[in-house]
Design a protein around this ligand. Structure first.
Ligand code: FES
Length: 79
């Protein structure tokens, strides 16, 4: 598989093409995807689009479920 680059919170990370955004972020050591209303760190739980714990901003789209979106080269992501 080819390796592509993503920009996560201003940091370039490498990802395998065809992987989900969540998998790419976790593989790069990113474990906080968002914070709860009480400020607790949250991260992917189900990996299949049910729990909504993996939400991030992708290309300006808020609350995108990162486990359901395939990486694309140059994708800009904010936790
Ligand atoms: S990890 Fe549960 S919706 Fe993405």
């Amino acid at each position: 598989m080819a390796t592509i680059n993503l920009l996560v919170n201003g940091r370039v990370i490498a990802a395998e093409s065809g992987s989900s955004v969540a998998a790419a972020m976790l593989s790069s050591g990113i474990t906080t995807f968002r914070t709860s209303v009480s400020g607790e760190p949250r991260a992917p739980l189900c990996g299949m689009g049910i729990c909504f714990e993996c939400r991030v901003t992708i290309e300006g789209q808020d609350h995108a479920r990162s486990c359901q979106i395939t990486v694309q080269d140059g994708m800009v992501i904010t936790t």
